[in-house]
Write a protein that binds this ligand. Structure first.
Ligand code: V47
Ligand code: SF4
Length: 359
């Protein structure tokens, strides 16, 4: 093996950090198996053969959004065909159905609606908590939290405080896209800046909320933009320790307005997941979101440093509106089978990674 990989192996074995130039070198390398082997080693050191999944349900309460990110096929304007906002009764019915089916988590995000008041979200949380108290509510991206702060004229701290009080348990990692300004200006010019995303997340961590982090990859970004994104996340995690999982989201190009984008190939997906594992030494969990990756790549990624397969999901709009060809729904048995057939041990977790059952 080359000196480059020998040196990286020595670092992984010694628990030393890889630097930005090395991460870039990995993105430029064609040796997918060498990268995967190192990432598998790094993962095995912290997670052994155990692979997590959870039983969850996604609810997207509205697709109406004042931002029109070019990569998003989900969002609509208030006048557009196909726009919707779920009534509270429908949301509660979906939540109750999830709880009855053994779900432990609701994952709830939506567009930035121009008319819904902040109270809508507070009432939604409180009503779910009253109706289905067994569900952990993981909801709202940092982008939505910033929007609520602008809507109400309140600080981020205050908005988070009120949401927590109403029943918010943790936050997902969406809205990060690529944090660097050059890419953001092209694919989501109206969205909050990368710096603001990090500020809101830091505030959530300080207020005791755990969050995830994502990276949308495979559109117009260069490898250096990915490394810069990972760099900023690792630095914030050093400060707060509040991130649970990192989730690289493979871009789905259908019905979007990203010129020339063709979607993410299997090699790039596996490489990106593996490099994330190697670079983000302070993130315990790297999640393969099978909705965007497809089941086969998500399964193979378990041998490339990934230790989490997300959940049962049930109903998914963001990836499927953009052409994702995965199913929308997996059973617990499907997830266990995928994990077992990769030679790993399936472990059902709750949102905060407490282990519920080993299969
Ligand atoms: O923020 C939008 C992305 C995100 C597309 O934290 C797209 O556990 C691919 O964040 N192709 C929402 N991706 C999804 C998300 C998520 C999913 C699963 C688990 C967790 C978690 C978080 O989806 C958005 C955006 O980055 N997205 N359009 C698209 N065409
Ligand atoms: Fe709106 Fe989020 Fe879609 Fe951007 S990614 S248009 S903020 S729903």
């Amino acid at each position: 093996m080359s000196r480059f990989f020998d040196n990286l192996r020595r670092k992984v074995e010694a628990g030393e950090r890889i630097d930005d130039a090395e991460a870039l070198g990995l993105f430029e390398s064609r040796d997918l198996l060498a990268i995967g082997e190192l990432a598998a080693l790094a993962n095995r050191r912290v997670n052994g053969d155990r692979v997590y999944f959870n039983v969850n349900r996604h609810i997207n309460y509205t697709n109406i959004c004042v931002n029109r990110c070019t990569f998003c096929a989900f969002s609509k304007g208030v006048e557009d065909d196909g726009c919707y906002t779920l009534a509270l009764g429908d949301i509660l019915a979906k939540a109750a159905e999830a709880a009855a089916g053994g779900a432990t988590e609701l994952h709830m995000v939506g567009g930035l609606h121009p008319e819904l008041p902040f109270d809508f979200y507070l009432e939604m949380l409180a009503a779910i908590r009253a109706d289905s108290p067994s569900l952990h509510i993981k909801a709202f991206t940092a982008v939505e939290i910033d929007y609520f702060a602008k809507l109400t004229g309140q600080s981020i701290e205050r908005v988070l405080g009120e949401l927590k009080e109403a029943g918010l348990g943790s936050m997902p990692g969406g809205g990060a896209e690529i944090l660097g300004a050059r890419v953001r200006e092209q694919i989501c010019p109206e969205k909050i800046s990368g710096e603001r995303w990090l500020e809101v997340i830091a505030c959530a961590h300080r207020s005791g909320l755990r969050t995830n982090a994502t990276m949308l990859f495979g559109h117009i970004e260069a490898a250096a933009d990915r490394v810069d994104h990972l760099h900023r996340l690792r630095a914030l995690q050093d400060e707060t320790g509040g991130f649970q999982a990192f989730i690289p989201l493979a871009f789905q190009p259908d019905n979007t307005r990203v010129p020339g984008a063709t979607g993410v190939g299997g090699v790039d997906a596996l490489k990106t997941l593996a490099i994330s594992r190697l670079y983000l030494d302070n993130f315990r969990h790297v999640k393969a979101y099978w909705i965007m990756l497809g089941l086969k790549i998500a399964q193979v990624s378990l041998c490339f440093g990934v230790n989490d397969l997300d959940g049962t999901v049930v109903e998914e709009k963001i990836g499927h509106d953009a052409g994702a060809d995965s199913p929308q729904n997996l059973s617990k048995e499907d997830l266990c089978e995928l994990i077992r057939k990769a030679g790993k041990v399936p472990v059902e977790r709750d949102t905060l990674y407490n282990e519920l059952k080993t299969y």
